[in-house]
Ligand binder design. Sequence first.
Ligand code: FE2
Length: 400
Amino acid sequence: MTTMARQPSVASSPSTDPLHLIDVDHVRFFVGNAKQAAYFYAHVFGFQIEQYADLTTGSRDAAHYLLTQGNIRIILTTPLTVDHAAAMETALYGDGVKDVAFTVFDAGAAWERALRNGAMSAAEPRTVTDEHGSITTASIRTFGRCIHTFVSRTGGYELTKVKQGGAFAPRFAKSPSIGVNEYNKANPCGLKYVDHLVGNVQLGKMNHWVRFYEEIMEFKLFKHFDDKDISTEYSALMSKVMSSGSGLIKIPINEPAEGKKKSQIEEYLDWHQGTPGVQHLALRTDDELHSIAELRRRGVEFLNIPDAYYDKVWERVNTMLTGHGHQPVKEDHARIRDLGILVDADDEGYLLQLFTRPLQDRPTLFFEIICRRGSQSFGKGNFKALFESLELEQARRGNL
Ligand code: FE2
Protein backbone atom coordinates (compact mmCIF):
# COMPACT_ATOMS: atom_id res chain seq x y z
CA MET A 1 0.00 0.00 0.00
CA THR A 2 1.45 3.35 -1.01
CA THR A 3 0.88 6.34 1.21
CA MET A 4 1.67 9.96 0.56
CA ALA A 5 2.17 12.59 3.18
CA ARG A 6 3.46 16.09 3.45
CA GLN A 7 7.02 15.88 4.73
CA PRO A 8 7.30 17.53 8.14
CA SER A 9 10.00 20.11 8.49
CA VAL A 10 13.13 18.28 9.64
CA ALA A 11 16.00 20.15 11.21
CA SER A 12 19.23 19.03 9.61
CA SER A 13 22.29 18.07 11.57
CA PRO A 14 24.65 21.03 11.72
CA SER A 15 27.35 18.87 10.17
CA THR A 16 25.14 18.14 7.16
CA ASP A 17 24.93 20.85 4.52
CA PRO A 18 21.34 20.75 3.17
CA LEU A 19 22.49 21.89 -0.28
CA HIS A 20 25.32 19.37 -0.50
CA LEU A 21 24.52 17.56 -3.76
CA ILE A 22 25.31 13.87 -3.44
CA ASP A 23 24.53 12.83 -7.00
CA VAL A 24 22.50 13.69 -10.07
CA ASP A 25 19.47 11.64 -9.03
CA HIS A 26 17.98 11.79 -12.51
CA VAL A 27 17.28 14.09 -15.43
CA ARG A 28 13.62 14.14 -16.39
CA PHE A 29 12.56 14.78 -19.98
CA PHE A 30 8.97 15.64 -20.85
CA VAL A 31 8.30 13.91 -24.16
CA GLY A 32 5.34 13.39 -26.47
CA ASN A 33 5.58 9.60 -26.48
CA ALA A 34 7.79 8.07 -23.80
CA LYS A 35 7.40 4.50 -25.00
CA GLN A 36 8.74 5.32 -28.45
CA ALA A 37 11.39 7.76 -27.15
CA ALA A 38 12.68 5.01 -24.82
CA TYR A 39 13.41 2.79 -27.81
CA PHE A 40 15.17 5.66 -29.62
CA TYR A 41 17.51 6.36 -26.70
CA ALA A 42 18.07 2.65 -26.17
CA HIS A 43 18.82 1.74 -29.78
CA VAL A 44 20.74 4.85 -30.76
CA PHE A 45 22.53 5.82 -27.53
CA GLY A 46 22.80 2.45 -25.78
CA PHE A 47 20.65 3.17 -22.74
CA GLN A 48 19.03 0.31 -20.82
CA ILE A 49 15.25 0.56 -20.66
CA GLU A 50 15.38 -0.49 -17.05
CA GLN A 51 12.06 0.32 -15.39
CA TYR A 52 8.71 1.84 -16.23
CA ALA A 53 5.59 3.17 -14.53
CA ASP A 54 2.33 3.34 -16.46
CA LEU A 55 -1.34 2.39 -16.24
CA THR A 56 -0.41 -1.25 -15.63
CA THR A 57 1.62 -0.31 -12.53
CA GLY A 58 -0.93 2.15 -11.17
CA SER A 59 0.46 5.39 -12.63
CA ARG A 60 -2.70 6.98 -14.03
CA ASP A 61 -1.72 10.52 -15.01
CA ALA A 62 1.62 9.93 -16.79
CA ALA A 63 3.87 7.14 -18.04
CA HIS A 64 7.54 7.11 -17.10
CA TYR A 65 10.53 5.13 -18.36
CA LEU A 66 13.81 4.92 -16.45
CA LEU A 67 16.75 4.75 -18.86
CA THR A 68 20.19 4.05 -17.45
CA GLN A 69 23.77 3.93 -18.65
CA GLY A 70 26.68 4.05 -16.21
CA ASN A 71 25.59 6.52 -13.54
CA ILE A 72 23.23 8.35 -15.92
CA ARG A 73 19.52 8.09 -15.11
CA ILE A 74 17.05 9.67 -17.51
CA ILE A 75 13.33 9.57 -16.81
CA LEU A 76 11.14 9.98 -19.89
CA THR A 77 7.72 11.23 -18.84
CA THR A 78 4.71 11.50 -21.10
CA PRO A 79 1.27 12.74 -20.04
CA LEU A 80 -1.73 10.41 -19.98
CA THR A 81 -4.19 13.16 -19.03
CA VAL A 82 -4.70 16.61 -20.44
CA ASP A 83 -4.19 18.29 -17.08
CA HIS A 84 -0.76 16.76 -16.42
CA ALA A 85 1.96 19.46 -16.58
CA ALA A 86 3.73 17.56 -19.37
CA ALA A 87 0.69 17.90 -21.67
CA MET A 88 0.94 21.68 -21.94
CA GLU A 89 4.74 21.70 -21.87
CA THR A 90 5.22 19.21 -24.69
CA ALA A 91 2.78 21.30 -26.76
CA LEU A 92 4.76 24.46 -26.00
CA TYR A 93 8.32 23.19 -26.13
CA GLY A 94 8.38 19.78 -27.80
CA ASP A 95 10.52 17.12 -26.14
CA GLY A 96 13.12 18.39 -23.69
CA VAL A 97 14.52 18.56 -20.19
CA LYS A 98 12.09 19.54 -17.44
CA ASP A 99 13.98 18.64 -14.29
CA VAL A 100 17.57 18.15 -13.21
CA ALA A 101 17.10 16.35 -9.89
CA PHE A 102 19.76 16.04 -7.21
CA THR A 103 20.09 13.46 -4.46
CA VAL A 104 20.55 15.20 -1.10
CA PHE A 105 20.57 14.11 2.55
CA ASP A 106 17.20 15.69 3.31
CA ALA A 107 15.07 17.01 0.46
CA GLY A 108 12.78 18.99 2.77
CA ALA A 109 15.74 20.74 4.41
CA ALA A 110 17.35 21.46 1.02
CA TRP A 111 14.11 22.97 -0.27
CA GLU A 112 13.66 25.10 2.88
CA ARG A 113 17.24 26.34 2.64
CA ALA A 114 16.81 27.19 -1.06
CA LEU A 115 13.59 29.07 -0.28
CA ARG A 116 15.32 30.99 2.50
CA ASN A 117 17.99 31.84 -0.10
CA GLY A 118 15.25 33.30 -2.33
CA ALA A 119 14.10 30.36 -4.49
CA MET A 120 10.57 30.03 -5.85
CA SER A 121 8.98 26.71 -4.98
CA ALA A 122 7.84 24.42 -7.80
CA ALA A 123 6.59 21.64 -5.50
CA GLU A 124 6.41 21.40 -1.73
CA PRO A 125 8.09 18.52 0.10
CA ARG A 126 6.23 15.26 -0.32
CA THR A 127 7.12 11.82 1.00
CA VAL A 128 5.98 8.61 -0.64
CA THR A 129 6.36 5.52 1.50
CA ASP A 130 5.68 1.85 0.89
CA GLU A 131 6.97 -1.44 2.24
CA HIS A 132 10.34 -0.97 0.50
CA GLY A 133 11.25 2.47 1.82
CA SER A 134 10.50 6.12 1.21
CA ILE A 135 11.32 8.92 -1.18
CA THR A 136 10.99 12.59 -0.34
CA THR A 137 10.97 15.12 -3.17
CA ALA A 138 10.73 18.92 -3.21
CA SER A 139 11.33 21.21 -6.17
CA ILE A 140 12.38 24.76 -6.92
CA ARG A 141 12.13 26.70 -10.15
CA THR A 142 15.22 27.59 -12.13
CA PHE A 143 15.63 29.17 -15.59
CA GLY A 144 12.57 29.14 -17.85
CA ARG A 145 10.58 25.92 -17.85
CA CYS A 146 13.12 23.99 -15.78
CA ILE A 147 13.13 22.93 -12.16
CA HIS A 148 15.54 21.32 -9.74
CA THR A 149 14.04 18.60 -7.58
CA PHE A 150 15.78 17.61 -4.37
CA VAL A 151 15.42 13.89 -3.69
CA SER A 152 16.18 12.02 -0.45
CA ARG A 153 15.79 8.27 -0.27
CA THR A 154 15.58 5.63 2.47
CA GLY A 155 15.48 1.83 2.65
CA GLY A 156 15.13 0.01 -0.65
CA TYR A 157 14.90 3.31 -2.54
CA GLU A 158 18.38 4.51 -1.55
CA LEU A 159 20.32 5.47 -4.66
CA THR A 160 22.97 2.80 -4.03
CA LYS A 161 20.15 0.20 -4.21
CA VAL A 162 18.66 1.80 -7.34
CA LYS A 163 22.10 1.56 -8.98
CA GLN A 164 22.11 -2.17 -8.20
CA GLY A 165 18.75 -2.62 -9.90
CA GLY A 166 16.37 -1.80 -7.05
CA ALA A 167 13.09 -0.05 -7.78
CA PHE A 168 13.52 3.62 -8.69
CA ALA A 169 10.34 4.72 -6.91
CA PRO A 170 6.94 3.32 -5.91
CA ARG A 171 4.88 2.18 -8.92
CA PHE A 172 8.02 1.49 -10.98
CA ALA A 173 8.33 -2.03 -12.35
CA LYS A 174 11.29 -3.81 -13.94
CA SER A 175 11.19 -3.90 -17.72
CA PRO A 176 10.65 -7.34 -19.17
CA SER A 177 13.64 -8.99 -20.83
CA ILE A 178 13.95 -7.24 -24.17
CA GLY A 179 16.47 -7.70 -26.94
CA VAL A 180 17.75 -4.15 -27.02
CA ASN A 181 18.83 -4.33 -23.37
CA GLU A 182 20.77 -7.54 -24.00
CA TYR A 183 22.29 -6.03 -27.14
CA ASN A 184 23.41 -2.92 -25.25
CA LYS A 185 25.06 -5.01 -22.53
CA ALA A 186 27.06 -6.81 -25.22
CA ASN A 187 27.79 -3.59 -27.18
CA PRO A 188 28.29 -0.80 -24.64
CA CYS A 189 28.52 2.84 -25.72
CA GLY A 190 30.58 3.68 -22.63
CA LEU A 191 28.65 6.71 -21.35
CA LYS A 192 29.34 7.13 -17.62
CA TYR A 193 27.72 10.18 -16.07
CA VAL A 194 26.45 13.73 -16.64
CA ASP A 195 29.57 15.95 -16.85
CA HIS A 196 27.72 19.23 -17.24
CA LEU A 197 24.51 20.68 -18.57
CA VAL A 198 24.02 24.02 -20.25
CA GLY A 199 21.16 26.45 -19.77
CA ASN A 200 20.19 28.84 -22.58
CA VAL A 201 18.72 32.08 -21.22
CA GLN A 202 17.57 35.32 -22.86
CA LEU A 203 19.75 38.25 -23.88
CA GLY A 204 20.89 40.15 -20.80
CA LYS A 205 19.83 37.42 -18.34
CA MET A 206 23.06 35.46 -17.92
CA ASN A 207 24.20 37.34 -14.84
CA HIS A 208 20.77 37.03 -13.27
CA TRP A 209 21.02 33.23 -13.46
CA VAL A 210 24.65 33.28 -12.37
CA ARG A 211 23.48 35.04 -9.19
CA PHE A 212 20.64 32.52 -8.86
CA TYR A 213 23.12 29.63 -8.74
CA GLU A 214 25.42 31.56 -6.39
CA GLU A 215 22.79 32.73 -3.94
CA ILE A 216 20.10 30.05 -4.08
CA MET A 217 21.99 26.86 -4.92
CA GLU A 218 25.22 28.08 -3.24
CA PHE A 219 27.27 27.28 -6.36
CA LYS A 220 30.52 29.07 -7.24
CA LEU A 221 31.56 30.78 -10.45
CA PHE A 222 33.97 28.27 -12.00
CA LYS A 223 37.21 29.85 -13.12
CA HIS A 224 38.65 28.12 -16.11
CA PHE A 225 40.57 28.55 -19.32
CA ASP A 226 37.49 29.37 -21.37
CA ASP A 227 36.61 32.61 -19.62
CA LYS A 228 39.76 34.45 -20.79
CA ASP A 229 38.10 35.38 -24.08
CA ILE A 230 34.50 34.43 -23.69
CA SER A 231 33.14 36.27 -26.69
CA THR A 232 34.59 36.16 -30.18
CA GLU A 233 33.27 37.39 -33.47
CA TYR A 234 32.17 33.83 -34.21
CA SER A 235 30.86 32.74 -30.86
CA ALA A 236 27.85 35.06 -30.68
CA LEU A 237 27.19 33.94 -27.15
CA MET A 238 28.25 34.78 -23.64
CA SER A 239 28.76 31.99 -21.14
CA LYS A 240 29.58 31.69 -17.47
CA VAL A 241 30.07 28.35 -15.74
CA MET A 242 28.61 27.65 -12.31
CA SER A 243 29.95 24.77 -10.22
CA SER A 244 28.16 23.05 -7.34
CA GLY A 245 29.85 23.32 -3.96
CA SER A 246 30.42 19.56 -3.93
CA GLY A 247 31.93 19.69 -7.44
CA LEU A 248 29.26 17.21 -8.58
CA ILE A 249 28.00 19.22 -11.52
CA LYS A 250 28.84 22.26 -13.62
CA ILE A 251 26.15 24.37 -15.22
CA PRO A 252 27.31 26.84 -17.89
CA ILE A 253 24.73 29.58 -18.52
CA ASN A 254 24.60 30.94 -22.10
CA GLU A 255 23.00 34.09 -23.37
CA PRO A 256 23.00 35.26 -27.00
CA ALA A 257 25.41 37.98 -28.06
CA GLU A 258 25.60 40.18 -31.13
CA GLY A 259 27.02 38.17 -34.02
CA LYS A 260 27.13 38.35 -37.77
CA LYS A 261 24.23 35.93 -38.02
CA LYS A 262 21.49 34.59 -35.78
CA SER A 263 23.16 32.77 -32.90
CA GLN A 264 22.42 29.20 -31.90
CA ILE A 265 21.04 30.51 -28.60
CA GLU A 266 18.52 32.68 -30.44
CA GLU A 267 17.50 29.78 -32.64
CA TYR A 268 16.94 27.65 -29.53
CA LEU A 269 14.81 30.35 -27.90
CA ASP A 270 12.84 30.93 -31.12
CA TRP A 271 11.78 27.27 -31.10
CA HIS A 272 11.23 27.20 -27.32
CA GLN A 273 8.61 29.96 -27.00
CA GLY A 274 11.35 32.42 -26.02
CA THR A 275 11.62 30.43 -22.80
CA PRO A 276 14.96 29.39 -21.30
CA GLY A 277 15.77 25.70 -21.06
CA VAL A 278 18.51 23.10 -21.15
CA GLN A 279 20.48 23.34 -24.40
CA HIS A 280 22.65 20.28 -23.95
CA LEU A 281 23.59 17.52 -21.57
CA ALA A 282 27.26 16.55 -21.71
CA LEU A 283 27.73 12.83 -21.10
CA ARG A 284 31.14 11.69 -19.99
CA THR A 285 33.07 8.75 -21.44
CA ASP A 286 36.54 7.41 -20.63
CA ASP A 287 37.10 6.46 -24.28
CA GLU A 288 35.86 9.07 -26.74
CA LEU A 289 36.96 7.14 -29.81
CA HIS A 290 35.14 3.98 -28.78
CA SER A 291 32.00 5.87 -27.75
CA ILE A 292 31.81 7.96 -30.92
CA ALA A 293 32.55 4.98 -33.17
CA GLU A 294 29.82 2.92 -31.49
CA LEU A 295 27.30 5.78 -31.48
CA ARG A 296 27.99 6.54 -35.16
CA ARG A 297 27.54 2.84 -36.00
CA ARG A 298 24.13 2.99 -34.28
CA GLY A 299 23.08 6.01 -36.31
CA VAL A 300 23.64 8.97 -33.98
CA GLU A 301 23.73 12.16 -36.02
CA PHE A 302 26.68 14.32 -35.02
CA LEU A 303 27.62 17.78 -36.19
CA ASN A 304 29.89 17.64 -39.22
CA ILE A 305 33.29 19.11 -38.48
CA PRO A 306 34.87 20.81 -41.53
CA ASP A 307 37.98 19.01 -42.85
CA ALA A 308 39.94 22.25 -42.51
CA TYR A 309 39.59 21.94 -38.74
CA TYR A 310 42.11 19.08 -38.71
CA ASP A 311 44.67 21.12 -40.67
CA LYS A 312 45.21 23.33 -37.64
CA VAL A 313 44.07 21.45 -34.57
CA TRP A 314 47.21 19.43 -33.78
CA GLU A 315 49.53 22.38 -33.76
CA ARG A 316 47.12 24.41 -31.61
CA VAL A 317 46.45 21.63 -29.11
CA ASN A 318 49.83 19.93 -28.87
CA THR A 319 51.67 23.26 -28.60
CA MET A 320 49.43 24.18 -25.68
CA LEU A 321 50.00 20.80 -24.02
CA THR A 322 53.79 20.66 -24.40
CA GLY A 323 54.03 24.33 -23.41
CA HIS A 324 52.50 23.38 -20.05
CA GLY A 325 54.61 20.25 -19.60
CA HIS A 326 51.96 17.73 -20.68
CA GLN A 327 52.20 14.88 -23.16
CA PRO A 328 50.60 15.49 -26.58
CA VAL A 329 47.20 13.95 -27.36
CA LYS A 330 47.72 10.19 -27.03
CA GLU A 331 44.73 9.02 -29.12
CA ASP A 332 45.34 8.17 -32.77
CA HIS A 333 45.16 11.49 -34.60
CA ALA A 334 43.95 9.95 -37.89
CA ARG A 335 41.12 8.10 -36.14
CA ILE A 336 40.09 11.31 -34.36
CA ARG A 337 39.81 12.97 -37.77
CA ASP A 338 38.00 10.00 -39.32
CA LEU A 339 35.49 10.01 -36.47
CA GLY A 340 35.09 13.80 -36.72
CA ILE A 341 35.94 14.42 -33.05
CA LEU A 342 36.83 17.87 -31.66
CA VAL A 343 39.95 18.38 -29.52
CA ASP A 344 40.87 21.23 -27.21
CA ALA A 345 43.56 21.85 -24.61
CA ASP A 346 44.29 24.18 -21.73
CA ASP A 347 46.96 24.54 -19.07
CA GLU A 348 45.72 21.39 -17.27
CA GLY A 349 45.40 18.95 -20.16
CA TYR A 350 43.08 18.23 -23.03
CA LEU A 351 39.58 17.09 -23.82
CA LEU A 352 37.84 15.30 -26.67
CA GLN A 353 34.25 16.24 -27.44
CA LEU A 354 31.56 16.00 -30.05
CA PHE A 355 28.02 17.35 -30.27
CA THR A 356 24.99 15.57 -31.63
CA ARG A 357 22.40 17.17 -33.82
CA PRO A 358 19.13 17.99 -32.04
CA LEU A 359 17.57 14.92 -30.43
CA GLN A 360 14.04 15.82 -31.57
CA ASP A 361 12.56 17.68 -34.53
CA ARG A 362 12.88 21.10 -32.93
CA PRO A 363 16.42 22.54 -32.91
CA THR A 364 16.55 22.55 -29.11
CA LEU A 365 18.09 19.86 -26.87
CA PHE A 366 21.21 17.93 -27.92
CA PHE A 367 23.90 15.78 -26.28
CA GLU A 368 27.64 16.33 -26.04
CA ILE A 369 29.89 13.29 -25.67
CA ILE A 370 33.00 14.37 -23.73
CA CYS A 371 36.21 12.75 -22.51
CA ARG A 372 38.56 14.69 -20.24
CA ARG A 373 42.32 14.12 -20.08
CA GLY A 374 43.12 16.68 -17.39
CA SER A 375 41.28 19.64 -18.91
CA GLN A 376 38.40 20.99 -16.82
CA SER A 377 37.21 23.46 -19.44
CA PHE A 378 34.53 23.26 -22.11
CA GLY A 379 36.22 23.45 -25.50
CA LYS A 380 36.53 27.18 -26.04
CA GLY A 381 39.17 26.61 -28.71
CA ASN A 382 36.56 24.71 -30.71
CA PHE A 383 33.99 27.50 -30.68
CA LYS A 384 35.02 28.92 -34.03
CA ALA A 385 35.07 25.54 -35.76
CA LEU A 386 31.90 24.54 -34.03
CA PHE A 387 30.02 27.71 -34.84
CA GLU A 388 30.92 27.51 -38.50
CA SER A 389 29.52 24.00 -38.50
CA LEU A 390 26.41 25.04 -36.55
CA GLU A 391 25.77 27.89 -38.98
CA LEU A 392 25.80 25.44 -41.88
CA GLU A 393 23.22 23.36 -40.01
CA GLN A 394 21.10 26.43 -39.23
CA ALA A 395 21.23 27.46 -42.88
CA ARG A 396 19.97 23.99 -43.88
CA ARG A 397 16.97 24.57 -41.59
CA GLY A 398 16.37 28.06 -43.02
CA ASN A 399 17.03 29.65 -39.63
CA LEU A 400 20.14 31.70 -40.32
FE1 FE2 B 1 29.22 21.42 -23.22
